[in-house]
Design a protein around this ligand. Structure first.
Ligand SMILES: Cc1ncc(COP(=O)(O)O)c(C=O)c1O
Length: 420
């Protein structure tokens, strides 16, 4: 046999996704396959919907995953509500704002954008003023921008959209499961989460939720596939404004995830098992405890990075807790550092995109990767690699600063007094 058995190396993954997966999720993925209409499987689907509502902090009826990577969720919601010529406002503060524009344009929207420098977010009032000026049908915005490590406050924008009759669609791919995302309280109409980030499930599903304002639009464009439609379906359904995509048509996906269980795609059963176990882990830990864990490890990482003598990128005021961006020091080859971390230590950190490529490193502290041993390991290894690359770090300071966060400064003082 020319090919050996699959033998992927063990890595410490400290990127903004995909991240390490809890062994319980990996075990769930090896559960035997069920037919997608087997009651044993439809029960699992219903449980996934219930758990998603809790994680999304919503009472929405509709909360289910799209089969595809995170952008499939963005595309499913946007293509199901956009009709050619609809106005969409997209405030852009990094790469994934541009992705929203790209998707909206492909479905024929008249897209209006506003931009702020990468590393900053918008004053909510500036976005609200633009919404009033443009009068869009939809405002689509990213919550946690992984390309810059910034997080956009949404509460005021959500309230304004509701008052003005504008739909708010949010990409919370990077933030869901790592920091607070309150779908109902923040008046978010449609929201997309990611699996491969703070939920720590492999890439390949995009959990979404949407409320009755979006459902109403979807129902008005409802379609049943020709090969499976009944006479009654054909009489009831108006085909004048169909959703342009078959795969992402939420009117058909609703019929599949809802009580009718009408066939659409063949469900990715192993991924549903993985998502179910990933969600169970989130709820078992508790949302508040999980968010606090992300903040603790972020604090240890940030203190360590600063103590080492490196500079953080961004104003810090609106930092995404699960992504820390670091300026690459002058004269240091950022890619050589990343290569050495991977090849000598088995650690992966990320570079960035567009205007930030080659200027910053990004370290993710997400889900199962967000653990004390990983933080201490990445700090120690980064210090060693930077020394080899000729950057004069403050030797030994990074780990001490991180340990100050974990075990506290008091214990350190007690120990040093004891040794006197
Ligand atoms: C904020 C955000 N949105 C969307 C995406 C797209 O996700 P995917 O690559 O899984 O399609 C990413 C991926 O990193 C992301 O960080």
């Amino acid at each position: 046999m020319a090919y050996s058995e699959l033998n992927a190396p063990m890595r410490t993954i400290m990127t903004p996704g995909p991240v390490e997966v809890d062994p319980r999720v990996l075990r769930a993925m090896s559960t035997p396959i069920l037919g997608q209409f087997d009651p044993a499987f439809t029960t699992i689907m219903n449980e996934v919907m219930e758990m998603l509502r809790l994680v999304f902090q919503t009472k929405n009826k509709w909360a289910f995953p799209i089969d595809g990577t995170s952008r499939s969720g963005n595309e499913a919601i946007l293509c199901s509500i956009i009709e050619p010529g609809d106005k969409v406002l997209v405030p852009i503060f990094g790469r994934f704002g541009h992705l929203l524009v790209e998707i909206c344009e492909r479905y024929g929207a008249e897209v209006h954008t506003m931009e702020c420098p990468w590393g900053e977010v918008f004053e909510p009032q500036a976005v609200i003023a633009e919404i009033k000026k443009v009068s869009p049908k939809i405002t689509a915005i990213v919550h946690g921008e992984t390309s810059t490590g910034c997080m956009q406050p949404l509460k005021e924008i959500g309230r304004a959209c509701r008052e003005l009759g504008v739909l708010l669609v949010v990409d919370a791919v990077a933030s869901i499961g790592g920091t607070d995302v309150k779908v109902d309280e923040w008046c978010i109409d449609g929201l997309i989460g990611g699996t491969q980030k703070c939920l720590s499930v492999p890439s390949g599903m995009a959990p979404i939720t949407y409320n009755e304002r979006i459902e109403e639009i979807i129902q008005s464009r409802k379609k049943v596939e020709r090969g499976i439609a009944t006479d009654e379906d054909n009489q009831q359904i108006s085909l004048s404004r169909p959703i342009a995509s078959n795969y992402f048509d939420l009117s058909m996906l609703q019929d599949y995830w809802g009580p009718r269980r009408l066939n659409h795609h063949t469900e990715a059963t192993s991924m549903i098992y993985a998502l179910r176990e990933g969600l169970r882990l989130v709820l078992e830990e508790g949302l508040e405890t999980r968010f606090a864990r992300h903040e603790l490890h972020e604090a240890a990482l940030v203190e360590g990075i600063k103590a080492m003598g490196l500079m953080l990128f961004g104003d810090g005021k609106n930092k995404l807790p699960c992504v820390t961006c670091i300026e690459i020091p002058k004269g240091i080859d950022g890619e050589a550092v990343r290569d050495m971390l991977l090849n000598e230590f088995g650690i992966e950190i990320a570079s960035s995109f567009g205007p930030l490529h080659g200027k910053i490193w990004r370290i993710g502290t997400m889900g199962f990767s967000c653990r004390k041993e990983n933080i201490l390991f990445v700090l120690a290894s980064l210090e060693a690699v930077l020394l080899r690359q000729g950057f004069q770090v403050n030797r030994g300071e990074a780990l001490q600063a991180a340990l100050d966060v974990y075990v506290g400064k008091k214990e350190k003082m007690v120990a040093s007094q004891r040794s006197l």
